[in-house]
Design a protein around this ligand. Structure first.
Ligand SMILES: Cc1cc2nc3c(=O)[nH]c(=O)nc-3n(C[C@H](O)[C@H](O)[C@H](O)COP(=O)(O)OP(=O)(O)OC[C@H]3O[C@@H](n4cnc5c(N)ncnc54)[C@H](O)[C@@H]3O)c2cc1C
Ligand code: SF4
Ligand code: SF4
Length: 609
């Protein structure tokens, strides 16, 4: 025991207290404890929520420390297209962000976009060693590009077979220029090319080359997406002036500027419909979107609907088209204007009838159907007509998989957790699967298949260490796979990592101050609706860096020293590598460090376990 003496300050009426006259080092209070603190890095919810499996917390922390190049390289480990996803991903990561319960979620997509733009023109780390095996990838959408990228970085020779004349899939031919400039996409595809990936464009598998011929490769990844537009199934659908949405977007992305006339009706409530509506506005038309349910049931991304509304698209909800009519004499709504406008735009003297109106039925919502949404039903005598020059249909797309073995035809393809189909060495991903049809899910599935193919080929070659423990590769119990974990070369030195997700209740929010989320800079709608230049300009760099500083860095110790300051036993010390040591001889297990840690990086564990 340390020597002590009782001191009585009679003058101030203070009772006697014990004062230590020597170092407390002799007080090995550590023997009192039954629980001990342990630094244990867990998984941030945003990391689990990102279908691409990006180490978001990791790059936010690097940015906070000003290590911008390392942050950029950390993103490129998992995501080959960050400048693209930063623009078009619907950012489910932000819905999982712990900061949402505090004030507003971190604008992760905008920080990713900044890093993606900084990476443009920069190469990704190539493979350390080349492998003898080669892989064929069918389709160069995000799924195919991701698979090719990761396999090339693992040392495989990769050839991508693409039916179109340029790679990119929907990113190139579907999503309009004003949302994703094609120069940005081309630059990101260039980075994949620089890794040695060969692109055989204008090569349709099934027509120009057969799947059997792709047997020259040791494995094949099929990612041909969904491109067959669903039909309206109503009279008049084949009239001149009826466009399939994907055809319209494709034409405009190829540089054409089709004449659509003054009034365009877009049918559908999904993202393709929103892109068609906004494209038609830019081609100079007045646009009305018909959707058979109400706004609440629209599958389109909320931000896309808002943008279409701001740019001037009108919406007619609870409206079902029942016939497209092609005779201008039938038009009974505002006939003078309709005839004047339509005759002014198009030559209607030809034999071929052209769209002049859409006959619609008014709908109401009934009970929920199999999709969980309230089913629309027709209201009796609720028919009406909308005068128009062009109808664009955007009712969803289906896959064309004739080139695949027959057992894989008909509906979504089922694959294993590593992307393999029922055929050995044939993997599949992207929109061919039942997963959500988004760019992020496609990228994630391409990476998963790359891991699956690497695993399959290394097991086939009888290599040691090729076994896979799926749970260890997942970012959190429900997250996508981590390429960094598969490669076992994590540059972020994690301490006792566990695959548990940190919840907001695990954080000490009193350590954080409130700060407003920076919102993307949007060009005004009155301007954007007249051109195809990028409408959303993202965040200025300093705002993106400030967003990175808003991040709580959930789950991982970032050396903030709160634990060190709060420890009453002075048992915590900082090492030269920035991590902390706990002197367990003196820590008496009070748990203050764990309670005060802002980010839930310390866990109290039972002594002796
Ligand atoms: C108009 C539109 C806008 C969208 N906007 C967004 C968005 O903003 N954000 C988002 O997250 N998601 C969006 N999506 C969904 C997203 O684009 C898709 O989920 C994603 O592109 C699917 O990727 P994929 O690689 O599976 O297929 P795709 O991108 O469809 O690529 C498949 C590729 O395979 C090629 N191909 C097809 N058949 C063959 C064959 N037999 N031989 C050789 N090549 C072939 C095609 O030409 C194509 O290049 C949008 C979809 C559409 C249609
Ligand atoms: S890819 Fe999408 S979900 Fe993943 S971090 Fe980027 S914005 Fe978020
Ligand atoms: S605060 Fe940061 S680490 Fe935590 S969930 Fe949000 S983005 Fe991820």
């Amino acid at each position: 025991m340390a020597e002590s003496k009782a001191v009585l300050d009679i003058a101030h009426g203070v009772p006697p207290v014990s004062v230590s006259q020597t170092s407390t080092r002799v007080n090995k209070t550590g023997s009192w404890k039954y629980i001990r603190p342990l630094y244990r890095d867990r998984v941030a919810p945003c990391n689990q929520g990102c279908p691409v499996g990006i180490d978001i917390e990791g790059y936010m922390n690097l940015l906070r420390e000003g290590r911008v190049d390392e942050a950029r390289d950390l993103v490129l480990r998992e995501n080959p297209l960050p400048a693209t996803t930063g623009r078009v991903c619907y950012h489910p990561c932000e819905s999982s962000c712990n900061r949402a319960s505090f004030d507003q979620p971190v604008a992760i997509h905008a920080v990713e976009r900044m890093l993606g733009d900084l990476a443009l023109g920069k190469s990704a780390a190539p493979a350390l060693a080349k492998r003898a095996e080669t892989v064929g990838v069918i389709g160069s959408g995000p799924a195919g590009l991701a698979c090719a990228y990761h396999l090339a970085r693992l040392g495989y020779g990769v050839t991508v077979y693409e039916a179109e004349r340029e790679p990119g899939g929907v990113l190139r031919w579907g999503i309009p220029e004003y949302r994703l400039p094609k120069a940005i996409l081309a630059s990101e595809v260039g980075r994949i090319r620089d890794l040695g990936v060969t692109f055989r464009t204008s090569t349709h598998v099934g027509r120009d080359v057969t799947l059997a011929e792709l047997g020259l490769h040791d494995a094949v990844f099929a990612a041909t997406g969904v491109h067959k537009s669903r039909e309206l199934g109503i009279p008049g659908e084949t009239l001149t002036g009826v466009w399939r949405g994907l055809d319209l977007l494709r034409a405009v992305n190829a540089g054409e500027r089709p004449q659509l006339g003054k009034r365009v009706v877009v049918v559908g409530g999904g993202n393709t419909a929103m892109d068609c509506a906004r494209t038609a506005l830019r081609l100079g038309a007045e646009v009305t979107v018909l959707y058979r349910r109400s706004r609440a049931e629209m599958p389109a991304n909320h931000e896309e609907v808002e943008a279409a509304l701001h740019e001037g698209a009108r919406f007619s909800f609870l409206t079902l088209p029942i016939e497209v009519t092609g005779d201008p004499r039938e038009v009974d709504v505002d006939p003078l204007r309709a005839i004047e406008d339509t005759f002014g735009q198009f030559d209607r003297s030809s034999e071929e009838p052209r769209v002049s109106a859409v006959l619609c039925a008014r709908m109401e919502l009934g009970e929920p159907d199999a999709s969980g949404r309230r089913a629309p039903r027709r209201i009796e005598h609720g028919e009406f007509r909308i005068v128009c020059d062009t109808v664009v249909t955007a009712l969803g797309e289906e896959a064309e998989t004739d080139y695949l073995p027959t057992e894989l035809h008909g509906g979504a393809i089922r694959v294993t957790a590593l992307g393999e189909t029922s055929r050995t060495a044939l993997f599949a991903g992207g929109d061919l699967l039942e997963e959500p049809h988004t760019v992020a899910f496609a990228l994630g599935s391409g990476k998963r298949a790359a891991i699956g193919i690497d695993h399959y080929l290394r097991m086939k070659a009888g290599e040691a260490g090729a076994e896979v423990e799926l749970g260890e590769l997942k970012l959190g119990p429900e997250g996508n796979l981590s390429m960094t974990r598969w490669r076992a070369d994590d540059p972020v030195a994690r301490v006792n990592p566990v695959n548990e997700v940190v919840k907001v209740t695990d954080l000490n929010l009193s350590q954080f101050g409130h700060a407003r989320r920076a919102e993307d800079v949007l060009r005004p709608a009155w301007e954007t609706r007249h051109d195809f230049l990028e409408a959303n300009l993202g965040l200025p760099r300093e705002d993106a860096m400030a967003e990175a500083r808003r991040c709580f860095n959930c789950a991982v110790c970032n050396g903030c020293e709160v634990c060190l300051i709060f420890c009453p036993d002075v048992s915590i010390s900082r090492r030269d590598d920035g991590k902390f040591d706990i002197a367990y001889d003196y820590c008496k297990g009070c748990g203050l460090c764990a309670a005060e840690c802002p980010r839930g990086a310390i866990t109290m564990t039972r002594e002796g376990l």
